[in-house]
Design a protein around this ligand. Structure first.
Ligand code: GLN
Length: 538
């Protein structure tokens, strides 16, 4: 079949969850047997979100091919179980960079280079790139930002043009917000009407409206919206707040979103989507009563989205083990010798978060020392793993000033140091060790047992690494290097075999954990945490 293109735009306010709606739609289409991919076009000028502070943009997600991407790509993968790549996330910056490169090469043959048609053509080329591979029946494109923003105009104009070019193979879904005014006890449709009008002004008539709301929108109100917005009444769908994002595909299916999409792109819907495995997961989620309490030690704890993928991976693992996840964020800057006991004592397991820079690092060492000495299941991820190594060097090997050269370039014991190939790099964007690399695990290791295999492929995002010169000393004292990259020999996993569960990974297993394919190392960590909780009579 010809590739169908679905565009998802948003209006009224940001943070409505366009990514979740796009992912839910993809989830349903995939469950109907279609080949689906989702891509995000972001209107900001950064080349990618890799250089953005988590305060600006939440977590930076990493694709298998080493692209630093918007965190929505994490949702796409978790909901569809389909891997994304560099092609799935394009920013204004990348579009301009490519157009300017072409201009410098003389590709435009002396013409004046303009937003229309050159930038819009470049956007259109990128939108169709994945579709042109022939690998997908549906390409869902989420346009970042809110309709009406100056930044998103070239993207919206490109969508308008593509609609004409693609005809029946194209569909526009617009997400808006229906606020509830408590004082008047009323839901308000005016912002939706305005937002659709704004879209119409730039030449786009949405085919489907999804209304975000906290209260049920009565059918007559939906009919009114349909009438005012030129949309068929069955194509006005509400997306009411649900306790878990993983329920959104169901609420969309109940309102026939998947059938609508098929019919409106010229396909006759047959049968029902195969959602059985997804429903089993939701059922476990609903039935779980007992908790598993995990502490996440990091410096961005006031920020919901900074550790999104870790949070979701833990949630998936807890759910598969019939537990409710009780995740406690622990501010590494506030953790010290005096409060560590009371802060960590009730936890079943502790995660030491990834990160960059000195801030909050000492709190991570305090937490790690306490966890190691109290034999609490502990999982260090990336910087968290590096901190495990440093803490061990300081307190077990007696190397009091051991450090990473990231934190102290003149440390006498550089147990974590720059990778050789990183030493000459001065450019900040996309210059780390990024993307999926193979790792060979020692068959006797806990990590290998967790995965049930000795070769794994996990994603990376770091500059620094374990310094192999110290390996023997670590191993003699009980911390083992149990995972390595087969080509470079870089240490990817360390563990202390004598402990209940004490593993650090240089890679980020959280990027590859999906609802239908949860990451085994998170599953094993959560199991160990549950066992530890039960041991203590919880
Ligand atoms: N800052 C560390 C490095 O660059 C760890 C990065 C991370 O945790 N993602 O190696």
């Amino acid at each position: 079949m010809e590739t169908k293109y679905i565009f998802v735009t948003g209006g009224v306010v940001s943070s409505l969850g366009k990514g979740i709606i796009a992912a839910s739609m993809a989830c349903l289409l995939k469950a109907r047997g279609y080949r689906v991919t989702i891509q995000k076009f972001d209107p900001y000028i950064n080349i990618d979100p890799g250089t953005l502070n988590p305060y600006e943009h939440g977590e930076c997600y990493v694709t298998v091919d080493g692209h630093e991407a918007d965190l929505d790509l994490g949702h796409y993968e978790r909901f569809t179980n389909v891997q994304t790549t560099r092609a799935n996330n394009v920013t204004t910056g990348r579009i301009y960079q490519s157009v300017i490169d072409k201009e410098r090469r003389g590709d435009y043959l002396g013409k004046t280079v303009q937003i229309v048609p050159h930038i819009t053509d470049e956007i259109k080329r990128n939108i169709k790139k994945l579709g042109n591979t022939g690998n997908f029946d549906f390409v869902i494109t989420e346009i970042g930002g809110t309709v009406g923003d100056i930044e998103s105009l070239p993207f919206i104009e490109s969508v308008r043009q593509l609609r004409w070019e693609l005809g029946n193979n194209c569909l526009c879904v617009h997400l808006t917000y229906v606020p509830y005014i408590a004082a008047a006890k009323e839901l308000k449709t005016k912002p939706t009407q305005h937002s659709v009008k704004q879209l119409q002004e730039v030449g786009i008539q949405p085919d489907i409206l999804v209304l975000r709301t906290e209260k049920n929108i009565p059918p007559e109100m939906r009919r009114k919206i349909a009438q005012f917005c030129n949309v068929s009444p069955d194509a006005v769908i509400q997306s009411i707040d649900v306790p878990s994002i993983y329920k959104v595909p169901l609420t969309m299916h109940e309102q026939h979103l998947d059938e609508l999409v098929l019919r409106k792109t010229g396909i006759t819907p047959e049968g029902e989507p195969h959602m059985a495995p997804w429903l089993r997961f939701l059922d476990k989620m609903d039935r779980a009563e007992k908790k598993v309490t995990i502490g996440l030690v990091g410096k961005y704890v006031e920020l919901q989205d900074a550790y999104k993928s870790i949070n979701e991976s833990l949630f998936q693992a807890a759910t598969y083990d019939d537990r409710k996840l009780d995740l406690r964020y622990i501010h590494s800057e506030k953790l010290n010798e005096d409060n560590v006991d009371e802060t960590l004592r009730d936890l079943d397991g502790v995660i030491i978060a990834p990160g960059f820079g000195q801030r909050g690092i000492e709190g991570k060492f305090v937490a790690l020392k306490w966890c190691r000495e109290h034999d609490v299941p502990t999982f260090g991820i990336c910087l968290g793993m590096q901190c495990m190594v440093i803490e061990f060097a300081r307190n077990v090997l007696g190397l009091g000033e051991a450090n990473s050269t990231e934190m102290n370039p003149s440390t006498p014991d550089n147990v974590i140091d720059l990778m050789e190939e990183q030493k000459s790099v001065s450019n900040m964007g996309g210059t780390m060790r990024l993307g999926a690399y193979e790792c060979r695990l020692d068959p006797e290791s806990r990590a290998a047992k967790a995965y049930g295999k000795t070769t794994v492929n996990e994603r990376h995002r770091h500059r620094f690494e374990f310094n192999d010169d110290y390996r023997q000393r670590f191993e003699d004292a009980g911390m083992r290097c149990v995972g390595r990259n087969p080509e470079t020999g870089l240490v990817e996993v360390v563990e202390i075999p004598g402990k209940r569960w004490f593993i650090g990974t240089q890679y980020h297993p959280e990027y590859s954990s999906t609802v239908l394919n949860p990451n085994p190392i998170f599953i094993d960590f959560v199991k160990a945490a549950i066992a530890y909780g039960e041991e203590r009579g919880k």
